[in-house]
Design a protein around this ligand. Sequence first.
Ligand code: PEP
Ligand code: MG
Length: 324
Amino acid sequence: LAEVLEYEQDLPSETPDAHVMKLMVNTGLAVDAVASLKPRVSGVGLYRTEVPFMITERFPGEQEQTRLYRDQLESFAPLPVVMRTLDIGGDKDLPYFPIEEANPFLGWRGIRVTLDHPEVLMVQLRAMLRASHGLDNLQILLPMITNIEEVDSALRLIDRAQAELEEDGMLIERPKIGVMIEVPATLFQLGALAGRVDFFSVGSNDLTQYLLAVDRNNPRVAELYDPCHPGVLSALARLADETAALAVPTSVCGELAGDPAGALLLMGMGFDTLSMNAPSLPRVRAAIRRVSLPAARELVQETLTLSTPSAVRAHLNARLGEWQ
Ligand code: PEP
Ligand code: MG
C-alpha cells in the first residue's frame, strides 16, 4: 500500500471523472522539510507564522521575519503561500508573552491580540510584504475574525504597511487577503466579509470546537469533539453553497481536510481546495483518485440524513471500505 501511495503522489489529485482538486500543504517550521512537495501541491494553504515565534526568546525582529517569510515564498514561488498573521492565545503560548486566562479559547487570541498590539502586527506585515517583493505569491490570512470592524482595522494596517514600504522606495503589489472562517458568527456574515476580502479559509478545528462548545484539547470531553457531528457537517455544507453563490474562493485548512473521508465529504459539498499537513497528502490524494464527484456528492447527501456522529462515522467507514 505504501508503495502505491508513493507512486500516486506524482499523479494529479483528480477524480476518475476528471474533477481536479487543489491540494495544498500546511507549514510551520522548517520549510526545507516540505519544499520538496512543490511539484505535488498547489502551494501553501496555511503557514502558521506563530510556530517559528514559539521557539525564539523574544518577538523576532523585522529582518529576521523577512528572512523566514522569504524562505517560504521562494521555496514555493510562483505557487501561492497563504501566510496567517500571528495566531497566539488559546493553546498557543509564547514563553516571552504569557497570556493567562480562565477561558483561553474564548479569550484573547488571534487577531484580538494583534489588533491590541498593532506594533507587533505592523512588524509582521511589513516583513511579509518585504519578503514578497519581486515574487508576488504572498497571500495574507487573518485568524479568529469575529467582527467586521476587525477586518477593516486589519486592512487599514496592511495598507499602512504597504505605504511605509513605498516611502522606502519598495513598490509591492497588494497581496490577496483572506479571513479564517472559524468563529461561528462569521457563518452568518459571509456577505459582509465577501465585500472586503479576496478569499476565505475554513478553520474546521476551531469551527468544530466553537460550534460544539467543546475545548479541542480537553481530554475529558475529547469524545464530544467531532467534526463529523451532523451539526458541523451541515454548517460546512451550507458554507460551501453560500461561498459558491458569493463566488469567494474558499479552502479548508483544518484537520478535516487531511482525513480521507473528511476530504471526500468536503469535495462532495463543493470545496475544491484543501490544505493539510504533509503526511496527510498521500492518503487524501489516493481517496480523491478513487471516488467520482457524483459519488462524493451522494455521500454528502446520505451523510446529511444521519443524526449522530457515530452513525456518520459508521456510514463513512462502510463507504470508504467499498471504495478501497
Ligand atoms: C483551524 O482552526 O482549523 C486552523 C486551521 O487553525 P489552527 O488549528 O492553527 O487553530
Ligand atoms: Mg484556528
